[in-house]
Design a protein around this ligand. Structure first.
Ligand SMILES: [Zn+2]
Length: 127
């Protein structure tokens, strides 16, 4: 059984097995060495990875829906939640699901787009 562990440099997921804990592996995508945490909990990483994947898809979808409705606080909330989850995943040294990274880019992007839309609306109302 292997879990995916992100490269330190490019965050490309690398398959990691139990016996690779505490060892350094070279990323196939960018060639940078990443050390696998010795305390990486495989069972926990797998469960949390699944939750992250599910939440990543959920918040990305939510951010898109709220963006269409121009509800900036909801979009910002999604971005904030995904950022917190991403930071928690990295700090605990567990698998960062690609869905979570994708959700992070989407929610931040949506926040920027909706903010610009609100500024444009405010601008036209003040005229
Ligand atoms: Zn890499």
């Amino acid at each position: 059984m292997s879990v995916e562990f992100p490269c330190d440099s490019c965050h490309a997921p690398m398959p990691v097995r139990r016996r690779m804990r505490g060892k350094t592996i070279t990323c196939k995508a960018c060639g940078v060495d990443t050390t696998i945490p010795a305390r990486l909990d495989f069972f926990d990483a797998e469960i949390r990875g699944t939750v992250d994947r599910w939440d990543g898809s959920f918040y990305r979808q939510q951010a898109i829906v709220w963006s269409v409705l121009l509800l900036l606080p909801m979009v910002a909330f999604c971005a904030w939640t995904v950022s917190a989850r991403l930071r928690e995943a990295r700090e605990s040294g567990r698998t960062v699901a690609p869905e979570l990274l994708s959700a992070w880019r989407w929610t931040i992007g949506c926040t920027v787009v909706v903010s610009i839309a609100w500024m444009a609306i405010a601008n036209s109302l003040l005229r």
